[in-house]
Design a binder for this molecule. Structure first.
Ligand code: ZN
Length: 269
């Protein structure tokens, strides 16, 4: 059984942690892990990590909280050069809009998102994106989807990372040909469980958004890519189907989204 983690920040872990994290993931069948850059510099580190490790792939992008102004043509050229620098760059990520208080100007964020979706289309890479609403303003997500639609994201496809919203917002993603990416909030949010229970398996991918969590004093409780297994098990339980069916579908979905750029060794029957 092969599982896949569509979104992590493994480059933020200490280098000596990486082999153990990858081994623990491999032990539960995680065969593909995408590490998303958040700045130009982190995108470079992500590519180095992908180059070094089997089953690790890279996303390049500037995340909304790191937008420092309009993304100029030279910055776009540098991102493009990064994407071209290695065949293991498989998506533009992490990009998006963040409406939470204290985030950079939304005008800059929108411009950066538009430029990066245009880059994704130029490169033929899917977009794995972030969207966070102002507290109580769930409709903000439609704003993110509107920008993506205006930039014709459906030409390359994509996934809404860390999805934990309503059936209606999921449907708006599906209408754009996008996947929704389910993470560990599914394990603890009954409202999300009720939504995911009825979402079509053929539109779901899995992720952990793993990054170092020193605020959890017990290191064993830090989220790692191995935890996609728990997310897959929860989906199987909610839908009343076999874990194997969830793994096959969600991994297949991610591979389709990545347009054959990721190869997972075929398993023995
Ligand atoms: Zn992330």
């Amino acid at each position: 059984m092969a599982l896949a983690d569509a979104h992590t920040h493994l480059e933020q872990f200490a280098a000596q942690e990486i082999p153990g994290i990858l081994q623990r993931a491999q032990q539960v069948g995680v065969a593909c892990i995408i590490v998303a850059g958040v700045t130009e510099e982190s995108s470079q580190r992500v590519i180095a990590l992908a180059e070094e490790h089997q089953g690790v792939y890279a996303g390049v992008g500037i995340q909304p909280s790191d937008v420092k102004g309009p993304l100029d043509a030279r910055a776009c050229q540098r991102l493009k050069a990064l994407a071209h620098s290695n065949p293991k760059v498989v998506c533009i990520s992490e990009v998006g809009l963040d409406f939470a208080p204290g985030m950079p100007s939304l005008e800059w964020q929108r411009q950066a998102l538009r430029q990066q979706v245009r880059l994704a289309r130029e490169l033929g890479l899917p977009v794995i994106f972030h969207s966070r609403e102002r507290p109580g303003h769930i409709a903000d997500h439609y704003e993110t989807l509107k920008v993506l639609a205006e930039e014709k994201v459906e030409e390359v496809g994509g996934a809404f990372h860390y999805f934990q919203w309503s059936q209606e917002i999921a449907q708006a993603c599906f209408d754009l040909g996008l996947y929704v990416s389910i993470a560990k909030p599914l394990l603890r949010l009954p409202a999300l469980q009720a939504v995911v229970k009825d979402l079509p398996l053929e539109r779901l991918v899995l992720e952990t958004d793993s990054y170092p969590q020193p605020f959890k004093r017990n290191r064993l409780r830090w989220t790692e890519p191995k935890d996609v297994l728990a997310v897959a098990e929860k989906i199987a339980e909610l839908k009343g189907i076999l874990l194997e069916a969830v793994a096959r579908a969600t991994t297949g979905n991610l591979l389709r989204l990545l347009k054959g750029k990721v190869a997972i060794p075929t398993e023995a029957p």
